[in-house]
Design a protein around this ligand. Structure first.
Ligand SMILES: [Zn+2]
Length: 258
């Protein structure tokens, strides 16, 4: 339940105890709220000021946690290679992919309806609803993944998305914004700062995928479709694992040189 100015007490569908407990403890303070209608529901959001000192120190990363390199992609959302050799591949959740398909379908349905018609209004409502489902699923997935990374790695090497280069490939640019890679890196950055992990970003021209992690040769012929390749030195590479390991190695080299 929340009390809104000019409206009075309103029941909420979501459990508010996380917030009210912290307000009672003095760890959180509401500094503002906004009410809006979206997809046929009313949403109230709060702007909070939260004291994270306790949370962050309890969950700080320790020195014996691994350093890692992260490669992101459309096929596999993230490939994470640790300095102890562990490889973890994270796929975007199936419900998110299904919801993204629904958004595209609903968008097409809107454009087929006559402007101003009631069918169009219905289609617009439907689109808003599926769009909201995508936003929620993506936010949930990104938060879980980035919190896990920021709390379990002492150092994280990431690539810098070459946005200008990606605009040329519209399908890829769309997939990247659909999956939220920009937001993924933004969250890693600020959560790493919370938990005392270090983030290192490669130069945006760093050829993480094309570089042979064995001999240092660069494969100019590599295309986006190549999931694996063999270097002239004879070493076989899994595309994403090689890229993540190259980022990890580049970070280590720079840290040792410093
Ligand atoms: Zn090689």
């Amino acid at each position: 339940m929340v009390r809104l100015p000019g409206v009075g007490k309103v029941h909420t569908l979501e459990d508010m105890s996380w917030l009210t407990d912290r307000i009672a403890d003095g760890q959180a303070r509401v500094i503002g709220s906004t009410v809006r209608e979206h997809a046929g529901r009313w949403w109230v959001s709060f702007q909070l000021e939260i004291d994270r000192t306790d949370i962050n120190s309890q969950r700080a990363v320790s020195d014996d946690m691994p350093a890692c390199g992260i490669d992101v992609g459309v096929k596999t959302f993230a490939t994470i290679v640790d300095d102890d050799g562990t490889v973890l591949q994270i796929d975007a959740p199936k419900p998110l992919k299904a919801a993204l398909r629904k958004v595209r379908k609903a968008g097409k349905a809107v454009s087929r309806k006559r402007p101003g018609s009631s069918n169009r209004a219905k289609a617009v409502k439907k689109l808003a609803k599926v769009h909201l489902a995508v936003t929620n699923r993506r936010a949930d997935f990104l938060h879980k993944t980035t919190t896990m990374l920021a709390r379990s790695k002492r150092a994280i090497a990431v690539e810098t998305l070459n946005v200008a280069g990606l605009v040329k490939n519209r399908r890829l640019a769309r997939a990247i914004s659909d999956l939220g890679f920009g937001e993924f890196f933004r969250q890693i950055e600020y959560k790493a700062a919370w938990y005392g992990s270090n983030v290192w970003a490669a130069d945006r021209w760093f050829p993480s995928s094309r570089l042979c992690g064995g001999c240092g040769a660069i494969n100019q012929e590599l295309t986006l479709a190549d999931r694996s390749w063999t270097c002239r030195c004879g070493l076989g590479h899994h595309r994403d694992v090689n890229a993540a390991r190259n980022l990890l190695n580049a970070m280590s080299l720079e840290h040792h040189a410093a």
